[in-house]
Write a protein of this length. Structure first.
Length: 155
């Protein structure tokens, strides 16, 4: 082994006098073959051995079971668009965390998206009901207005 300056480097030996391998690496076999991986990679979707989580998974649960509420968030645009924009952004975060395999953050973003959608739905529904009531009141008030025509000299 050589160092960056081109000089040969002496192998470091521990107190016992035997050469030390870097952490996690097996010594090369004498035949010149490449070293075997200490932990062979599992195919995607196969259970991992010894109770360890599979690649990309978390021990907490199934990533596909986490809802992103994207349809509800988009529908909230017609109810309360300001909150709906934040709900859509959080819904996108759910997808991002699911692709990264981060179960905890995906679950948290999903709950935040659900809360934002719920708030937007309640506020938006109340606003629509209030607007409809105000339209009805204004139509009733407009029909009650009487107009007087001048019929004589007192106009």
């Amino acid at each position: 082994m050589t160092n960056p300056y081109g000089q040969p480097q002496q192998p470091q030996q521990p107190y016992g006098g035997q050469p030390q391998q870097p952490y996690g690496q097996q010594p090369y076999p004498q035949s010149g073959a490449t070293p075997a991986q200490p932990y062979p990679q599992q195919p995607y979707g196969q259970p991992a051995p010894y109770g360890q989580p599979a690649y990309g998974g978390q021990p907490g649960g199934d990533l596909s079971a986490i809802k992103d509420y994207k349809g509800w968030a988009i529908g909230c645009i017609f109810l309360m668009w300001i909150i709906a924009i934040f709900a859509i952004m959080k819904s996108n975060e759910v997808q991002t965390y699911k692709m990264q395999g981060n179960y905890a953050m995906a679950q948290q973003s999903s709950q935040t998206t659900r809360t934002l959608c719920l708030v937007a739905t309640i506020i938006g529904a109340l606003a629509w009901v209030f607007a409809i009531i105000m339209i009805i009141i204004s139509l009733v008030a407009a029909s009650e207005v009487h107009s007087y025509y001048c019929t004589g000299s007192y106009c």
